[in-house]
Design a protein. Structure first.
Length: 77
């Protein structure tokens, strides 16, 4: 039997994790006037979750990385 190694990325997100991601998404949408039902909102949510699963769990860092990923220059919080 092979031993499969699991990483943090394989674990499900728990309510605490989802709360952090949701706060970041809400902040970005409110700040930049992005509709909740838009394709851009879904894209941002996917990027947030990907960064979160990679271990970046600080909200300010996540917001800064989303700006970079979207090609925006980061403004100090």
């Amino acid at each position: 039997m092979s031993q499969k190694r699991y990483s943090r990325r394989d674990e499900p997100l728990h309510s605490k994790d989802l709360s952090v991601c949701h706060r970041v998404l809400d902040h970005i949408r409110n700040e930049q006037g992005i509709e909740a039902s838009s394709d851009e909102s879904e894209r941002i949510a996917s990027i947030i979750i990907e960064f979160y699963r990679q271990g970046i769990q600080d909200e300010k860092q996540l917001r800064a990385l989303i700006d970079v990923a979207r090609g925006l220059t980061h403004r100090p919080a």
